[in-house]
Design a protein around this ligand. Structure first.
Ligand SMILES: NC(=O)c1ccc[n+]([C@@H]2O[C@H](COP(=O)([O-])OP(=O)(O)OC[C@H]3O[C@@H](n4cnc5c(N)ncnc54)[C@H](O)[C@@H]3O)[C@@H](O)[C@H]2O)c1
Ligand SMILES: [Zn+2]
Ligand SMILES: [Zn+2]
Length: 363
């Protein structure tokens, strides 16, 4: 089967023909139908975060079940599924404490040393899977706890977006920050994640939804998703000052959806007294965020969000219902549809800031 493989960092993806194993205990083989391009993969391709190589990239995918291993429960051949990288073991303290997105026991849901690799090259080299999914591939072999069965009414080339970007942005607002009705919100960065956060804020009943981006077209898309006020950071020097002016003193909740220490600082500095800044973006591991200590006396809070603090087996079907009811906008988030061969161009479009989300469809 064809897959997009990263073999060096930094590096581009190369389409290779790989062998995929049969599902072993607890595993599911999926024919991929749609795969979204998330910026996290680009961070790895640019070498900002290290990973095992070679590796099939991609972690925002949906497809149809081809085969299941022993002990797979509630997922059968022919089912439509969305994959999520928050693969939970169901028995560690994080899972049992109601935070399966923070599962601390990945060994329970992975193939471990001594077991054959799920993916191999013709010469026998083992190939890893991004986030234990490897979604930029015609087929995926995934632990059942990284999958949720969804209604066949849901188009899979849109469902894939929920696997990472939508769950992450929407969840950061509704689950991590748990904003109140009437809150003022600012989302910095209106890519796939930020647009989902804007929608989360709209559906959760925020009053003001301020959007900051450097691209005028992203701000236009953000307007259609529920943004109410806009700051073009390529035209405004003092982003924090602009947001403070729009809100008469700062926002209740801010969300950083880019992954830069400078914009994390902006997210914190634009808070009203008692406000909460949530960092969604992946800030490069060597970067440091500096804050003014005195601000903590105003009970301002800074927190991270991992995959929107999801409980994806319940969250994803709910978001699908919201899409089918017309409240969660996904079609409007897709700027381009490409085939697997076009993947590097897809990431070039992301780097150039031309697109919201790009989706690969597999024929
Ligand atoms: N926390 C998590 O669990 C999680 C999950 C998925 C993605 N992420 C991270 O979220 C971030 C966003 O991902 P994405 O796929 O939406 O990326 P994206 O490239 O689609 O969007 C980023 C947006 O930020 C804008 N931008 C860039 N620099 C800016 C600046 N200085 N000021 C204002 N806007 C600016 C761009 O124009 C773009 O619209 C990435 O760092 C990604 O790795 C985190
Ligand atoms: Zn992602
Ligand atoms: Zn666990």
């Amino acid at each position: 089967m064809k897959a997009a493989v990263l073999s060096e960092q930094p590096g581009d993806l190369v389409i290779e023909d790989l062998s995929i194993d049969k599902p072993s205990r607890g595993e599911v083989l999926i024919q991929t139908v749609g795969a979204g391009l998330c910026h996290s993969d680009l961070h790895f391709m640019e070498g900002l975060f290290r990973t095992q190589l070679p590796i099939v990239m991609g972690h925002e995918s949906a497809g149809i079940v081809q085969a299941v291993g022993d002990d797979v429960d509630g997922i059968a051949v022919g089912d439509h599924v969305v994959a999520c990288l928050s693969i939970f073991c169901g028995r560690c303290p994080q899972c049992l404490g109601g935070h399966p997105n923070r599962c601390a026991n990945p060994r329970a849901t992975s193939r471990n040393k001594g077991e054959p690799s799920r993916l191999t090259r013709a010469d026998g080299t083992a190939v890893d899977q991004m986030a234990r999914l490897g979604g930029f591939a015609e087929e995926m072999l995934v632990h059942q706890n990284g999958l949720v069965k969804v209604t066949p009414d849901m188009p899979l080339d849109k469902a894939c977006l929920i696997g990472c970007g939508v769950t992450t942005g929407f969840g950061a607002v509704t689950r991590t920050a748990r904003i109140e009705v009437g809150s003022s919100v600012c989302v910095i960065g209106a890519g796939g994640i930020g647009l989902a956060a804007i929608q989360g804020a709209r559906i959760a009943g925020a009053n003001k939804i301020i959007v900051v981006d450097i691209s005028a077209s992203k701000l236009e898309t953000a307007r259609s998703m529920g943004g109410t006020h806009f700051v073009n950071a390529s035209e405004v020097d003092d982003v924090v000052g602009a947001v403070r002016e729009m809100t008469g003193g700062g926002v209740d909740y801010s969300f950083e959806a880019i992954g830069r220490s400078a914009t994390v600082r902006q997210a914190f500095d634009m808070l009203a007294v008692g406000g909460t800044a949530t960092v969604i973006g992946m800030v490069p591991s060597k970067d440091v965020v500096e804050l003014r200590g005195i601000d903590f006396l105003q009970e301002k809070k800074l927190q991270g969000s991992m995959m929107g603090s999801n409980q994806f087996r319940t969250d994803i079907p709910r978001m699908i219902d919201m899409y089918l009811d017309g409240r969660l906008l996904l079609d409007e988030m897709v700027s381009a549809t490409i085939d697997l061969e076009g993947i590097n161009e897809g990431y070039t479009m992301m780097k150039n800031g031309e697109v919201a989300r790009t989706v690969i469809t597999f024929s």
